[in-house]
Design a protein around this ligand. Structure first.
Ligand code: SF4
Length: 442
């Protein structure tokens, strides 16, 4: 059987898909690059916003023809949408045959087999609250990159932000033992990877429930001691759990990149309270100040949600002021999207669509201006760039892309032999949200 896998959503989903590919390969299935060449189509989905779900339903609509023609024998839908919507999916998309949640990937080959044998729809969306990571678990063996790779350090979330479905789709927080994480990092380094991204919904609370209890800063110190590791990144940090030890470890290290994703969400304490974020704007700004004092070059990215229920214009203005004050290096900007089963969906005071959109547009315009100014300041400097990709062009050279430690994407002329190398690149220009440079040294 040949499968075609499509992934929607966040880094965690990409990582889950990498693991899924390993599981399917072990069960004897082969990968097909296009849905037309596959017997089974798998969609690993996201339900963080209404738009993300709409994208999946529209994709299913476009796949219906292939299923009807008999070319594709089976469609399986996995990830957060399966977990959140469960059997409701079958009503809206009757072409789906198998539903599997984020914790059911290991059962997928058997579920596909059972569907083929019985013709009966299969559902397994149970959340495994007692995951045991002992180093023998399935590790991704089909990675999407060759230089940088993600490593899951925990799953689930205990925070219950009032707009977020993650605690219901992925369950409570469970940390992976450090030994198992380090084993995966060593495997990656031995396979030639230079950079790891440690991922979790809230990496700053890593270690709860482990014996011995290990905090995230301690885990970072262990990872940086793995021989051959070049760069370490991590995501996502919850501002309430970001502590001075983390700042200290980042400042001390030559391998931990000076970059942090610290979601602000909103610039007014009343809205942060309604979101159940458990920090105030002043506390957030205090943490930003500590980061910048200890690591002056640190890049800070954030999430902002425009138009949370009851947010007033002056509260939104406060968000713009904070954006102006912090000058984020990168921004994930969203409109509030009511999600089933969350506390916020019951709240009154939904903003008119036009008003929410106007706030989104203003935040977007402000961010574009700030980023353009920040990127311009790189022009003329020479940056250390880890080359991640080189695509051949007609001009007899390769178009290389790589990232600075502060996570700016740099495009430059080079050749395939540069992939995986840390290079000196002189920045010549700004290209949208990226930088353009000239190779200055290896
Ligand atoms: S910290 Fe909040 S926003 Fe992030 S996954 Fe947990 S509940 Fe969702």
């Amino acid at each position: 059987m040949r499968y075609h896998l499509e992934t929607f959503g966040c880094l965690m989903n990409t990582y889950d898909s990498e693991k899924l590919e390993g599981i399917l390969a072990k069960s004897g299935m082969e990968r097909a690059d296009s849905p037309e060449d596959a017997d089974v189509i798998l969609l690993n989905t996201c339900s963080i916003r209404e738009k993300a779900e709409a994208k999946v339903f529209s994709r299913l609509g476009r796949l219906a023809g292939l299923k009807k023609s008999g070319k594709v024998r089976l469609i399986a839908l996995g990830g957060c949408m399966a977990s959140l919507r469960k059997e409701e999916i079958f009503k809206r998309a009757p072409i789906v045959d198998v539903l599997f949640g984020p914790d059911s990937a290991a059962h997928l080959p058997q579920m596909l087999e059972d569907f083929r044998a019985t013709g009966k729809r299969q559902v397994d969306v149970a959340i495994d609250e007692h995951t045991v990571w002992d180093g023998t678990e399935d590790l991704p063996d089909k990675r999407s990159g060759t230089v940088a790779a993600s490593v899951g350090i925990m799953k689930g979330c205990d925070n219950h932000c009032t707009y977020c479905v993650v605690p219901s789709t992925r369950g409570p927080e469970v940390s992976r033992p450090a030994a198992s994480i380090l084993a995966e990092v060593r495997i990656l380094v031995a396979a030639g990877y230079r950079e790891v991204m440690l991922i979790g919904q809230n990496v700053n609370s890593y270690g709860k429930g482990l014996s011995p209890e290990t905090g995230f800063p301690a885990l970072l110190r262990m990872v940086e001691q793995v021989d051959g590791i070049g760069r370490i990144r991590f995501m996502t940090s919850h501002p309430k759990d970001m502590n001075d030890q983390l700042v200290e470890v980042m400042a001390d290290s030559k391998k931990i990149c000076p970059a942090i994703h610290l979601p602000l969400q909103a610039g007014a304490d009343r809205i942060l309270g309604m979101m159940n974020r458990n920090y105030t704007v002043d506390e957030y700004l205090g943490k930003v100040a500590r980061l910048r004092k200890a690591i002056p070059e640190v890049a800070i990215s954030t999430d902002i949600m425009a138009g949370f229920p009851t947010e007033t214009e002056s509260e939104f203005q406060r968000t713009l002021e904070i954006m102006e004050q912090v000058r984020f290096d990168s921004l994930y900007l969203f409109n509030y999207s009511p999600r089933p089963g969350t506390a916020a969906v019951e709240m009154e005071g939904m903003l008119l669509k036009e008003e929410a959109q106007s706030r989104f547009d203003r935040a977007h315009a402000l961010h574009r201006r700030i980023v353009a100014e920040k990127l311009k300041s790189f022009v003329g400097s020479t940056q250390e760039v880890l080359c991640e990709q080189a695509k051949a062009t007609d001009g007899g050279f390769a178009r290389c892309t790589g990232r600075t430690p502060t996570n700016q994407l740099v495009i430059f002329k080079g050749d395939k032999g540069l992939v995986g190398k840390t290079l000196q690149v002189t920045i010549k220009d700004v290209l949208g949200y990226n930088l353009e440079g000239l190779l200055a040294g290896i």
